[in-house]
Structure formats: C-alpha cells, structure tokens
Design a binder for this molecule. Structure first.
Ligand code: RB5
Length: 151
C-alpha cells in the first residue's frame, strides 16, 4: 500500500464504548492489510469517558512514534474536540469517503475521527483506507495549515 504516512510505525487507534465495535472491526481491517497498530482502548462496551482514550492517542501521534491516529465515539465530536487540544494534532471528523480524502488533501489531518453511530461499518473501513493513501496537496493549503496552531 502506497501511503504518505510512515507505515513502518504503528497506527494509534482508540475509542469510547460507542465506538468499540467499529474499533474492533477496524483492527481486523488493519490486521488484514498487515498494518501495525497499537490499541489504546477502550476494551469493552462498558461506559467510559472519551477523553481517557482520545488524549493517549493524540499524545502518541504527537510523539512522532506513530504513523497517524484513528479515533471513534458516537458522534466523533468528543474525541475530535479532545484531540484538537493538542498543538500537533489535526483531528478531522469524517462521515464519507470524499471527506476522508479532502481532510488529507486540504488539512493534512493526522487523526481520522469516525462517528460510529452515524456511519456504516463498511464506510468506516473505506474512509480509513482513503485516509491512509491520500497525500496532502501542500501549496495554498500548507499556508493555511501553518496558521492553525496557537501560541
Ligand atoms: C457516548 O454516549 C457519547 O456521548 C460519545 O460517544 C460521543 O458521541 C461524544 O461526543
């Protein structure tokens, strides 16, 4: 698989209880593709708090030791709001394949956030596949991305 990400590094993946089933499906998908990953939890459908999983995934991606991140919760908003508190993170909510492509091309997103209660399982896999393989376009988009960070 050709990717702009360094796929010799693991993909960081995490979810809350609402995203648990899709996380497990996506892990099977990554295993099927032979892609390394680290599962930051949650590990069951018991109710949990999404920041407890979004912060560790964001820290992992920020560290540079992971290729990119995948986060899931019910709407994707909780995990995206949390992850985007990290200066080095551009966490993008995706609900369709075209969005997954555009957040890579235009926003250089490094975490894909999937709303598990609002997308179909197969769509989640397709979005992750598109996210992995799509290059950032740079140029005018780089000017904009370079203005995002605070401080
Ligand atoms: C959990 O019920 C739900 O609030 C959470 O998964 C997420 O949608 C929050 O943004």
């Amino acid at each position: 698989m050709t990717s702009p990400f360094d796929l010799s590094k693991p993909i960081a993946i995490g979810s809350d209880h609402a995203g648990f089933d899709y996380k497990e499906e996506l892990i099977s998908f990554l295993e099927g593709k032979g892609l390394p990953f680290e599962d930051f939890g949650t590990h069951s459908k018991d109710s949990v708090d999404y920041p407890d999983f979004a912060h560790p995934v964001a820290n992992a991606v920020e560290s540079g030791n992971y290729a990119f991140g995948i986060l899931l919760c019910g709407t994707a908003n909780g995990v995206a709001i949390t992850a985007n508190k990290h200066q080095g993170i551009r966490a993008a909510i995706c609900w369709g394949d075209e969005i997954a492509k555009l957040v890579r091309q235009h926003n250089d997103a490094n975490i894909i956030c999937i709303p598990a209660r609002f997308v179909r399982e197969g769509d989640a896999e397709k979005m992750v596949s598109t996210f992995i393989t799509t290059e950032f376009e740079g140029g005018r988009h780089a000017n904009r991305v370079n203005k995002i960070a605070c401080g």
